[in-house]
Design a protein around this ligand. Sequence first.
Ligand code: MRU
Length: 347
Amino acid sequence: MVLLDQTRLPAEEVELVCTDVPALVRAIRTLAVRGAPLLGIAGGYGVALAAARGYDVAEAAGLLEGARPTAVNLGYGVRRVATAYWAAARKGAEAAEAAAVALTEAQALHREDARASARMAEHGTALLEELLPGRGYQLLTHCNTGALVSGGEGTAFAVALRVHRQGRLRRLWVDETRPLLQGARLTAYEAARGGMAYSLLTDSAAGSLFAAGEVDAVLIGADRITADGSVANKVGSYPLAVLAKYHHVPFIVVAPTTTVDMETAEGTSIVVEQRSGQEVTEVTSPRSGSTGGGGGMVVAPLGAPVYNPAFDVTPPELITAIVTEEGVISPVTGVGLAELCARSSQV
Ligand code: MRU
């Protein structure tokens, strides 16, 4: 399996070859491959890889699903492909035949994600036009939600890109996204490649930008959306939602329905991944691999205790709308979410 190693961007575009499941698990843990939709796709291909190599698919699925806890897409992709494999095996398919079924399912998931991305971009731009008619926008985004994390052009970033192509993007404000700099390293890279007008800011500069009236809407992705409409996303999203509420700025979450977890009732039940303190006490240059933790410039006293959650949870009352491939939910309610998911499962 060949991946673009996201820890090396933007300095280098380096491929990472994973020939077995433990290598893919490492790539997921170190964030060489990351972002909710891509984790689903990678997990699905990981199961197909295990099947093709003749590994124990149940064991591989367990390892992959356990690689990171918060993004629901990872478990979704793994289970979906494993289920297809087992169904084929139960019907008496030979190992190679069942492995081919697994690969076909992973490819279908990949294609569906690309289609969902395009639909979210359409729904998201229509929503912006409805909320802020007849104008160009200054949009603020956090973390990285573009083509790097998707079968298509992404989630929140795909909306900004479509706005840009319509000639209506005045500026994309890109939060650097401490500590692993997904905004600075990856979103700025994608914005530059897309020819978008963008500016990078430190996460803590966002408040003054809102106060100056320079943000028309916030667009972010999601790692897990619970049945009550709570959204787990990269740490730093919740403070943006609070700022947006105070400044009467729309706070819009863009995510495929595969990110919705109707089995978890509330945001407080989401398992938030806690990562190594070294990611905070050391700053590593992208050239040497920015997300491995360790080996970087030390910026805190030796042994400093660290709080390093990878995500935070935004409650539904702070969210103006959730945009999915199936449509927009606004206001965000559990009932609206359930209806939308029922529609998506009928497709
Ligand atoms: O820790 P990461 O880089 O995997 O976190 C990714 C995010 O939080 C993204 O915003 C989210 O997965 C949405 S990606 C479309």
